[in-house]
Design a binder for this molecule. Structure first.
Ligand code: PLP
Ligand code: TYF
Length: 398
């Protein structure tokens, strides 16, 4: 039975990890996978998570099944974090959330849910988008198309083209938008641009699906949710997939949430029953540990403040890295304008060099990034930025 199988390509992003690990050069730099790193290049466990974990071990009384929706406290708190405690849709009882295995689990649940709502729906993703998006929706049997988004030449949004495309869509379409910290471009919609996208969504009647994998990594927890909140207040139906991997540093615990907003509380109840059915058919129920940590943190004012402080340290370090790379490239006389890196947000930007130059950076200098020249900004530090800037300069000279 297995003899007819053809090998599938490895994950182009995760594959970089083992290549980097196997490189013996001490000056090597990992700008591949999007995980936060501190100045020493480590991805530590947050102090608030450590405290929550200790409390949890001391008070947990059972490991019995949690049910397909996961923890109701986590589901409530994560929705309040995303939408804001006073959001009109929360007050109207129009939101239902389930805990999922990471943001990826949330997206896969959303995909099956959409397939049940509208089997012929097309999911529109930004060009470019996170490498796994297409596969996750295609796995549910949905058609995936791209809308114009990033202009590699001008390092800015193709906003007019994006809006023109969205203006052709309708009720059979789902539009996937990145809430903030666009992966892979780092180029986000401004508030005014969000307002325009919201208007088009209302006018055309497509369903927005917002992927929020980096809340708090852009401008702040509240600021980064602008588009989510504005959209949720305007449309009848919407999906939100959130992840606690980056902002709580809970990567391997696999915790996120899929939230649906329906046009009434009764419709939300029906939608939830479908969501729970989808979950049962995919993985029965989510893991509980990560959700327990997040609800312990968000449910305790002191721990929540500590989390916000630790999140700010991560955000400030990333923004600082952006500025220092641009400054260093300029300081060593690189003429090409890299100032866009300091304007973009979150974990990633495209360096804007060719695949051959990406390969040269890897082979000659031990600098690892995705073939598209996407760099993970957290991999930069005071100790490697000079070497990085000089290596980029050499590669640009040809
Ligand atoms: N969506 C985007 C845009 C991402 O970059 C990621 C990866 O970190 C995810 C979703 C899923 O994250 P996870 O499944 O690790 O929570
Ligand atoms: O884009 C990234 O680097 C992160 C991490 O299959 C990631 O989103 C990458 C690939 C993958 C899962 C997570």
């Amino acid at each position: 039975m297995f003899s007819t199988l053809k090998a599938m390509p490895a994950d182009p992003i995760l594959g970089l990890l083992s290549q980097y690990r196997d490189d013996p050069r001490h000056e090597k730099i990992d700008l591949g996978v999007g995980v936060y790193k501190d100045v020493l290049g480590n991805t530590p466990i947050l102090d608030c998570v450590k405290t929550a974990e200790q409390r949890r071990t001391a008070t947990e009384t059972t490991k019995v099944y949690i049910g397909p929706a996961g923890s109701s406290d986590f589901n409530r708190l994560i929705a309040e974090l995303a939408f804001g405690e006073q959001h009109p849709t929360l007050n109207a009882g129009r939101i239902r959330s389930v805990s999922t295995p990471g943001g990826t689990g949330a997206l896969r649940v959303a995909a099956d849910f959409i397939k049940r709502c509208r089997p012929g729906a097309t999911v529109w993703v930004s060009d470019p988008t996170w490498a796994n998006h297409s596969g996750l929706f295609e796995a549910a049997g949905l058609k995936v198309e791209r809308y114009p988004y990033y202009d590699y030449a001008t390092k800015a949004l193709k906003f007019d083209e994006m809006l023109a495309k969205l203006n052709t869509l309708g009720e059979n379409d789902v539009v996937l938008l990145h809430a903030c910290c666009h992966n892979p471009s780092g180029q986000d919609l401004s508030k005014e641009q969000w307002d325009q996208v919201v208007q088009v969504a209302v006018k055309r009647g497509f369903t927005p699906l917002i992927d929020m994998a980096y809340q708090g990594f852009g401008d702040g927890v509240e600021e980064d949710a602008y588009g989510v909140r504005k959209m949720a207040a305007a449309v009848e139906d919407m999906l939100l997939c959130s992840s606690c991997s980056k902002n709580f540093g809970l990567y391997r615990e696999r915790i996120g949430a899929c939230s649906i907003i329906a046009n009434s509380s009764a419709a939300a109840d029906v939608a939830l029953s479908v969501l729970l059915y989808v979950v049962r058919c995919l993985y029965s129920m989510p893991p509980a540990h990560g959700a327990a940590l997040v609800e312990t943190i968000l449910g305790d004012n002191q721990l929540k403040q500590q989390w916000l402080d630790e999140l700010k340290v991560m955000r400030d370090r990333i923004n600082g890295n952006r500025a220092i790379l641009v400054e260093r490239l300029k300081a060593i006389g690189v003429e090409r304008d890299f100032s866009f890196i300091a304007r973009q947000k979150g974990m990633f930007s495209f360096l804007g060099v060719s695949p051959e130059q990406v390969e040269q950076l890897k082979q000659e200098f031990g600098i690892y990034m995705v073939d598209s020249s996407r760099i993970s900004i957290a991999g930069i530090s005071d100790s490697n930025v000079d070497y990085l800037a000089k290596s980029i300069a050499k590669v640009l000279q040809g």
